[in-house]
Ligand binder design. Structure first.
Ligand code: ZN
Length: 155
């Protein structure tokens, strides 16, 4: 650890105990450069987002896979570099804000909603390969809902 007082990189742990109801390990460290003590907290890394498919199976959220699907939809469309990555990040952040698990159709709709504002052709392409709906009626109902809440992009 880097000492907060002198930026020294050598330290030793002088005390270690659980903190935050066992969610963290609190360590007292002594800097071997300046001799002062400071505290660090170690926590378990945030758990991943889980996608629940229509069939009920669960899989880890895969932003590379989601981005690849969107990239296919925007191929040869006038979309600025970085747009897809930003879109995926937005959709992921929204899903994480709603909980540990997200339904796959919810993810797909979140993408569609954004593509609709971005590019009509990409929107239709993504919609046409979007297979998580059980049947076309489900899909058309959802798109109908979407159209009620979002204005199409004017050109
Ligand atoms: Zn120090």
């Amino acid at each position: 650890m880097r000492c907060p007082y002198c930026d020294g990189l050598e330290d030793k742990v002088v005390d270690s105990r659980l903190a935050d109801d066992s969610a963290a390990t609190r360590r007292r460290r002594e800097c071997l450069v300046c001799g002062r003590r400071y505290t660090t907290y170690e926590r378990v890394e945030e758990l991943g987002l889980v996608v629940v498919k229509r069939s009920g199976t669960r899989e880890p959220f895969d932003r590379v896979k989601l981005a690849a699907g969107i990239e296919r939809a925007v191929t040869n469309r006038p979309i600025e570099a970085g747009t897809v990555a930003a879109l995926v990040a937005e959709v992921e952040e929204q899903a994480r804000g709603e909980g540990r698990e997200v339904a796959s159709e919810r993810l797909g709709l979140a993408v569609l909603e954004r593509l609709r504002h971005l590019d009509d052709v990409a929107y239709v392409r993504f919609a046409s390969v979007y297979k998580d709906f059980e049947n076309l009626d489900d899909f058309e109902r959802e798109v109908g809902e979407l159209q009620k809440t979002t204005e199409p992009k004017r050109r």
